[in-house]
Ligand binder design. Sequence first.
Ligand SMILES: Cc1ncc(COP(=O)(O)O)c(C=O)c1O
Length: 420
Amino acid sequence: MTTATTPAAHPGFPVSLDVERIREDFPILASLVRGKRLVYLDNAATTQKPQTVIDAVARFYSAENANIHRGVHYLSERATVAFDAVRTHVATFLNAPSPRQIIFTRGTTESINLVAQSFGRSVLGPEDEILITGMEHHSNIVPWQLVAEVTGATVRAVPITDAGELDLDAFDRLLNPRTRLVAVVHLSNALGTINPVRELADRAHSRGVPLLVDGAQSAAHVGVDVQALDCDFFACSGHKVYGPTGVGVLYGREELLERMPPWQGGGDMIASVTLERSTWAPVPAKFEAGTPMIAEVIGLGAALEYVESVGLPAIASWENELLAYATARVGEIPGVRLIGTARRKASVLSFVVDGVHPHDVGAVLDDEGIAIRTGHHCAQPIMQRFGLPATARASFAFYNTRSEVDALVRGLDRVRAVFG
Ligand SMILES: Cc1ncc(COP(=O)(O)O)c(C=O)c1O
């Protein structure tokens, strides 16, 4: 049995994870792939779902389905209450001051596009700059390029060091009176680096500049407190927090959300409509045009309940142990080079094998039932920074075990034997 005893969140109260027991809650983990027991190490792409999430979505469609906010009938009222309760739950999960600051979107990508199209379009002009970093996912690069194209603004990027950390001196130089927003990833999906978000927020705020955090990876792995981070926007995706695809969250500072115009028009986001003009509903409805992803939001609520029942301090500790173990074991394989060796990391191990294309690494591992990701991880500028076309990436969740890391190491030995 794999039981992880983790450092206590509160001294004197040891936290432990019964990983084997937890794995029973995730039906897919018992699957055979190519005749072998699945070893799922692609959690940064998407996480697997516990039975409670699968059941919540199935129950909604089989017994509770109705549109929300419109009907006076029983099912509609119940669905509305359940949907609104998840907004409150998300606010608690992120420690947002109020559920009004939680907007449901399709995912991190849509959350960032919302800020770019609403906040960005309304504040940016030809003299202005948006400051991102060299370790962003495409979803925190391209939306800014799109808004820069229409406003004439410029997108600048903070360079990263050989270890895969932000160059903070360069950050200070690039942050200037023309900067209108800083947008930075919390936990890099390609390198595993955890950025010092609070420090960046302090530096940005000292110049009156708001900060957006791409929390696609951090929400499930490090525990997020938007007030402690002091960020102005925080974006994350349900499917990376053990919930369904098609749902995500944007947290925003209330005074900014109040000032921002809607970015999509339609039902539910209005206060009144005439044929000449319309007025907007208060936040968050102002940003949620049309029928939302009701079943997915209900599923997200079940996912957060599950994560809370395990506990983020215990999750983070076990994943850190796994990452340290994997870093040591994979790092000692001859011909393997780790990409991303920041001092603060979580859940992601990127590497290359000398003389073997990452796709070939992925194919040999797949033959062993081991799922990793290979490619540019939607972060081409990072690959360019390290002069690589791609890396192989193993990414961990709390249901992974040391024996799965051992399987990865055996698989990499086979890669070397095949291509050696
Ligand atoms: C750091 C980071 N940002 C943004 C995204 C985009 O998330 P989604 O595709 O769920 O919108 C991802 C997805 O991998 C990510 O890892």
